[in-house]
Design a protein around this ligand. Structure first.
Ligand code: HEC
Ligand code: HEC
Length: 495
């Protein structure tokens, strides 16, 4: 079903700048290489939050305007949301599109990478050499079963049943993985000779006070002799993939400069870098809900390994633990199953992912929302503006001003969001600030879910779950007048 614009989300290009118009025009010209992928999800309607205001001409001035210690300046000189990688958001499948303007000579592995991304991988020895080797244990057999071109895939079905688009990380607060299941639960296997690991059901928990309804998961092992024990199980919904190559190119120095681990500026926010080892060197983790992967290539190899049971030169072993001997005996689709050239192609495709342009609607209201976003303190983590470094492979992505709304740092989000699982050096209560570009497009689907496990069913609910370093910010949000809240949400729905 095509996405239809609400009155509040005017999808025509805002009159921003000549360069933006050029982008939009060249997007149309470049339509032949613009990739539209299929996927389900996506429908009409609002996100269930009070974001219905369209163009409030002027706001009553608030007697007690919220302030932050450093009262940040708000930059409303909007450039295209993803620099050269910006596309019009006025398309039915706004995600998983290739950035415009890429000359065919510079496409690299983008087209084959797209092929590998959308194909349904088969088990070994079924005659599709390039696309075989899924399993023995896996969660889904195509990247697109989880990552949708239209928004987020539905996760919570009726009667406690979950879709394949949510996966479960297992572990404890010390960072130990489960001795039998490993760090992720796989609920599918290639055939009956390999037992699946188990299944998970959910139940919504009641809202109490100002805390919205949450979600609880229960795991049933296939082998009753392999209980979860004292390990926690953490649900992870599949994020929309936007501007991945741009995030990959934010210089480490910029991320480090924004960190404030000891909160020396005393604003209550103390983001820290998630240092992870990759290739025997320390790098900044930036992908995934806990930023456990430092590069797009490793992130993709990790997805292949953990989510699909595909080996690569990065993760050569099948995703079986030492305590799963039968799992190791399954036939493989080559060693590794995904060649370096295929892995590089997928990484090229991921790198070339575009950013849907912001939908400002009434610019005055949008700008007012941007100010509130900064004044309340959201921008203390959701950094509006970043600049990329240089890319040799895709020079069009070099030195771009972009608006991802993330600092790529880890933050203590409080007990309410503590999932009990430490991953690499990210504590169980720490999460990477997720990028918010495109979040309003996701929120057009009334079924869309937010936060790492999708417990929030609207943007407002997502905000109300913020705690820890964001506690004071949440309190300031709650103190906004109804009109101000609506203005902030109008902004959020447009970025
Ligand atoms: C079973 C569902 C599933 C499949 C299949 C899957 N992913 Fe993901 N993907 C996720 C989830 C869930 C996350 C967040 C993981 C986390 O942080 O724990 C994610 C994260 C990512 C990210 C990082 C996003 C970000 O904002 O940091 C990239 C890139 C990605 N996946 C690429 C891929 C590729 C490429 C494939 C196919 C090879 C793939 N995924 C297959 C569910 C899936
Ligand atoms: C201290 C840092 C911090 C501050 C301040 C903060 N956020 Fe967040 N935000 C996060 C983190 C980290 C997450 C992910 C938490 C999770 O998934 O468990 C998040 C998640 C979100 C999400 C859900 C994103 C998704 O992909 O589902 C939205 C929407 C959001 N924040 C909006 C806001 C708004 C609006 C404000 C200001 C009222 C704000 N945030 C303030 C760090 C912050």
């Amino acid at each position: 079903m095509p996405l239809r614009a609400k009155p509040s989300t005017i999808l025509t290009a805002p009159p921003l700048s000549v360069s933006l118009l050029n982008i939009v025009r060249s997007t149309l010209l470049g339509l032949s290489i613009t990739v539209l992928l299929s996927g389900c999800g996506g429908s009409d309607g609002s996100d269930g939050s009070d974001d219905s205001a369209s163009s409030t001409p002027s706001l009553p001035s608030d007697p007690n305007p919220p302030t932050t210690p450093d009262n940040p300046e708000v930059d409303t000189d909007w450039q295209p949301a993803g620099g050269n990688a910006t596309i019009s958001a006025d398309v039915s499948r706004p995600f998983l599109q290739i950035m415009p303007n890429l000359p065919s000579s510079a496409l690299g592995g983008v087209s084959p990478g797209r092929e590998l991304f959308i194909t349904q991988w088969t088990p070994a020895n079924e005659g599709r050499a390039l696309f075989d080797g899924v399993g023995p244990l896996f969660n889904a057999n195509a990247c697109t079963q989880c990552h949708s071109a239209e928004g987020r895939k539905p996760v919570y079905a009726a009667d406690g049943v979950l879709s394949d688009a949510i996966l479960f990380r297992l572990g404890d607060q010390q960072g130990l993985a489960h001795p039998y299941y490993g760090e992720q639960m796989q609920h599918q296997s290639i055939d009956l000779s390999i037992a699946t690991e188990g299944s998970v059901r959910y139940a919504m928990t009641a809202a109490h006070g100002e805390t919205p309804a949450g979600v609880q998961f229960s795991f049933t092992p296939t082998d009753p002799n392999q209980p979860l024990g004292n390990m926690a199980i953490s649900g992870r919904i599949s994020p929309q993939l936007v501007g991945m190559g741009l995030l990959d190119l934010i210089p480490e120095a910029s991320i480090i400069a924004a960190a404030d681990p000891d909160d020396s500026n005393k604003d209550g926010i103390s983001g820290r870098v998630h240092w992870v080892e990759e290739g025997r060197q320390q790098h900044i983790g930036r992908f995934g809900w806990k930023a456990i992967n430092a590069s797009l290539r490793t992130q993709n190899a990790n997805a292949m390994s953990q989510d699909m049971g595909l080996t690569t030169s990065v993760f050569m072993d099948p995703n079986c633990t030492v305590n799963q001997p039968i799992c190791w005996t399954a036939a493989n689709g080559g060693s590794p199953e995904v060649s370096d050239s295929s892995l590089d192609a997928v990484s090229d495709f991921m790198t070339a992912l575009a950013v849907p342009e912001r939908r400002t609607g009434d610019l005055a209201t949008f700008n007012k929302g941007a100010s509130l976003f900064a004044q309340v303190g959201c921008a203390g983590c959701h950094t509006p503006k970043q600049k990329t470094g240089d890319s040799n492979r895709f020079p069009l992505l070099s030195q771009q001003t972009i608006y991802p709304y993330t600092d790529l740092l880890l933050h203590d989000m409080g007990a309410g969001l503590d999932d009990g699982v430490k991953e690499k050096n990210a504590e169980s209560y720490e999460w990477r600030t997720p990028p918010l570009w495109g979040i309003g497009i996701v929120a057009r689907d009334p079924e869309a879910r937010f936060l790492h496990d999708g417990r929030a069913n609207s943007l407002t609910e997502a905000i109300l779950w913020h705690g820890g370093e964001a506690e004071a910010v949440k309190t300031r949000f709650k103190q906004l007048s109804a009109t101000q809240k609506q203005t902030l949400l109008t902004f959020l729905n447009g970025i």
